[in-house]
Design a protein around this ligand. Structure first.
Ligand code: AKG
Ligand code: FE2
Length: 317
């Protein structure tokens, strides 16, 4: 276990996983942190990809969002209306929210979020862990011929996936809600499969649950190739698993990770809130940016009034 103590003196960063994950202690999150504290958190986040804070029970929606503003500009989800006019998105087991597929948040739009900040308020007595995977080490550890192949590929991402196939047990009304809310606007975005990280310069694999196909390949070749690359991302050695406690906060670099919410706490309550921070348009190793294929532009997100249905599919995010 390695521990370093960047400024301020009380803040410590303890590495938790070989490929990603660190615990940051000695800081009370909020909108009023000193610039050097924010810089230390940001440095830990870029280095470790996902960082955890315990005991942040004092945070409410406002303070969560105010802290988010120190890392960038909060953004609303492009299709899931905010229930209460806030940027923070409920991830709520009560409302059927499940994120049990590997994904990077909101990759169906070009400038998908740079960071997600997830705060736990109700945690089940067992299960409900979240996994993260490091997409930079996944790329770096590919055999050279696969790296070269991946460098050249582009993939089409969409929120219009086959929800019924993904959730065979879904009730008909859940299917309707998925179509009416999560896929109310159908986005198609072409991204490079290898993105150059805008802050660290690392090459990262950009895939995950919203990928529909590889540009220029048949559906069958796309599936095979995506599975092959994705399997390197999901290798257990390339992941870190977090067991939540109430008051925990996790922040991940959404440009260098995928994550997966494990759906194994039966009908127990589990409530988290997520604030996402604006990202920029990816570029591939050849300098080509991602492009929005549909619709013509990303519409302004809607701020409620939300029906009970609005957050129901939010965790497919
Ligand atoms: O429920 C979880 O563990 C993960 C939820 C998720 O995917 C997200 O907050 O972006
Ligand atoms: Fe997510």
């Amino acid at each position: 276990m390695s521990t370093t103590a960047p400024s301020p003196a009380t803040l410590t960063v303890t590495k938790l996983g070989g490929r990603l994950g660190a615990l940051v202690s000695g800081v009370r999150l909020g909108g009023d942190l000193a610039p050097e504290t924010v810089a230390a958190i940001r440095a830990a986040l870029l280095a470790h990809k996902v960082v955890f804070f315990r005991g942040q029970d004092h945070l409410d929606e406002d303070r969560h969002e105010a802290f988010g503003r120190l890392l960038g500009t909060p953004v609303a989800h492009p299709t899931v209306p905010s229930a209460d006019g806030r940027y923070s998105l409920p991830i709520d087991s009560d409302q059927g929210g499940r994120a049990n597929q590997w994904h990077t948040d909101v990759t169906f739009v070009p400038a998908y979020p740079a960071f997600s900040i997830l705060r736990a308020s109700v945690i089940p007595p067992y299960g409900g862990n979240t996994l993260w995977a490091n997409t930079a080490t996944a790329y770096a550890n590919l055999p050279a011929p696969l790296r070269r192949l991946a460098d050249e590929l582009r993939a089409v991402h969409s929120n219009d996936y086959d929800y019924a196939a993904l959730r065979p047990g879904a009730l008909p009304e859940q299917l309707v809600r998925y179509r009416e809310v999560f896929a109310s606007t159908k986005f198609l975005t072409e991204h490079p499969v290898v993105r150059v990280h805008p802050e660290t310069g690392e090459r990262v694999l950009l895939l995950g649950g919203f990928v529909q196909r590889i540009a220029g390949l048949t559906a069958s070749d796309s599936r095979t190739l995506v599975q092959l690359l994705q399997s390197h991302i999901e290798r257990p050695e390339n992941t870190f698993r977090w067991q939540w406690q109430v008051g925990d906060v996790a922040i991940w670099d959404n440009r260098a990770t995928q994550h997966y919410g494990v759906d194994d706490s039966d009908d127990h309550d589990r409530k988290l809130r997520r604030v996402t921070i604006d990202g920029d348009v990816p570029v591939g190793v050849d300098g080509r940016p991602s492009v929005l294929l549909a619709p013509e532009s990303v519409p302004e997100p809607s701020f409620g009034p939300a029906s009970g249905a609005s957050t129901r599919e939010a965790a497919a995010v």
